[in-house]
Unconditional design. Structure first.
Length: 473
């Protein structure tokens, strides 16, 4: 079953001739959806929020559902700053991020939704078929149920292709997870006006364009392996496509093998993770928002005294095609764009990714595996004396070494116009294999192994993994 499933996914990744629509037609459709959906998002005062308000400790919805903005006190021995306070989103519900798939012309297609989130920079982005919190699909808002919800609620083991719990942004959410799920259907189903079937190849192609494929889509498809085969069978796999023509592709193909010959074994990676979870301490305590040090609460925002990191704002929203078309809510607004980047290198002919063990205050279990570079809250420039390892290497990479470089939005339901530069850089042979203690080289297959389990690969790393294909060069 698993081998057949991998073949189905791989065919959807490589097949470009049998898609229902062309990628160009999909882009025109997205543009048309943007023109017919009316969107109004206005920043307002906290006092104008409807059904939200400050209590003794937090900013929350009167129903006690959806999410709240809480204060957090953090103490750790990780990094250069060992104690701080900050606001954080507390949303303990597990929501659905789900795709319905179906084969057309022998190729698996994904039912994509042209969805507007209030925080999206360009409004319409491609989201999963179902993207809903428990409060949404339980209809706490007294609106309509999300489209296609019943397919996921009735899904059985036989038609579930992927089912994982995955973490959200650890610096902004407190121990938040979502159910990433892909189901397959055989029967005909009505395709609503703001939905479209696309192949996996097309989704990844559209990721090459700024802010088209939303974060929720990226986290789900990151769990789809590029391949899963024995190392010795690579010559057979290579013969069916042109994917081995570039050194990056050759290394990635070998890196996908389930017994890829990495410089670290799977057990080495487990020891690395265990060691860092034991050595790093993370103590988080919820405190009243009014008790936050170095943060100011006024009528329009909760912000740091130096206007760094991010701020909490209030928004009034009107979106014409949502289950509820008018509402207000708090949102997180970033201070600046960030950067997330993987450096990868062929070692003994096998592509390896330079991964860091990163502690964030909202992590479920102290550390998660993150991209080589992840800077979301600090200003950075090329040639700056920035202590972030490998940042300057990424920023100064030559064009021939940059395989992927786009602006990708964070989840627009909670974050207001937040985008980060996503990059994949192919290092040359002179790049040192000796690395700092909190970094480790991993193969693609090893990363996929840990994606299958909860709270190992963070959402920024998964976003980059979603972009990987054999067509980046």
């Amino acid at each position: 079953m698993e081998r057949r499933l991998n073949k189905i996914f791989l065919k959807s990744l490589l097949e470009k001739e049998n898609s229902i629509v062309t990628t160009e037609e999909a882009l025109k459709w997205i543009k048309r959806q943007n023109s017919i959906i009316k969107v109004e998002v206005e920043q307002i005062a906290f006092s104008e929020l409807e059904s939200w308000g400050f209590n003794d400790s937090s900013l929350s919805h009167h129903s006690g559902k959806f999410f709240s903005i809480d204060g957090l006190s953090v103490t750790t021995n990780y990094g250069g700053k060992h104690q701080w306070n900050q606001p954080i989103i507390n949303q303990p519900e597990i929501g659905y991020l789900g795709f319905i798939t179906k084969e057309f012309n022998g190729v698996l297609h994904f039912l994509m939704q042209a969805k507007v989130e209030p925080g999206n920079i360009n409004y319409v982005q491609l989201s999963p078929t179902l993207q809903a919190t428990k409060s949404n699909y339980s209809r706490v808002h007294k609106g309509k149920a999300p489209a296609y919800l019943e397919y996921f609620q009735k899904a059985t083991r036989e038609n579930i292709l992927l089912d994982q719990l995955q973490s959200e942004q650890g610096g902004r959410f407190l121990k938040k997870r979502n159910r990433n799920i892909i189901i397959n259907v055989k029967e005909e189903l009505e395709v609503l006006e703001n939905f479209m079937w696309l192949s996996l190849a097309q989704i990844k192609e559209l990721m090459l364009i700024d802010n088209i494929v939303n974060m929720d889509t990226r986290t789900v498809i990151s769990g789809i392996p590029l391949g899963n085969f024995e190392y010795e069978s690579l010559s057979l796999v290579s013969s069916i496509s042109e994917i081995s023509s570039h050194e990056f592709n050759k290394g990635l193909l070998k890196s996908c093998a389930n017994d890829a010959k990495g410089i670290n074994t799977l057990n080495d990676v487990i020891l690395f993770i265990t060691n860092h979870k034991c050595n790093f301490e993370l103590d988080v305590t919820k405190i009243p928002l009014s008790a936050l040090n170095d943060w100011v609460i006024d009528n329009t925002s909760i912000h740091h005294i130096d206007h760094k990191y991010f701020e909490i704002i209030a928004a009034k929203i009107k979106i014409s095609n949502r289950e509820v078309i008018n509402w207000t809510q708090p949102m997180v607004k970033p201070a600046q764009d960030g950067i997330c980047a993987f450096i990868c290198k062929n070692i003994n002919g096998v592509l390896h990714f330079l991964v860091q063990a990163k502690l964030e205050c909202g992590n479920f279990d102290i550390i998660e595996l993150a991209p080589t570079v992840q800077s979301l809250t600090e200003k950075f420039t090329a040639k700056s004396e920035n202590p972030i390892p490998y940042l300057n290497y990424v920023l100064e990479a030559t064009e021939d070494k940059i395989l992927f470089d786009t602006l990708q939005s964070e989840e627009g339901g909670r974050f207001y116009r937040e985008q980060n530069r996503n990059m994949i850089v192919f290092a040359d042979s002179g790049f040192a294999e000796e690395i700092p203690d909190n970094f480790i080289w991993m193969t693609y297959s090893q990363l996929q192994t840990f994606i299958k389990h909860n709270n190992y690969i963070n959402i920024q790393a998964r976003s980059l993994m979603a972009a990987l294909s054999f067509n980046l060069c």
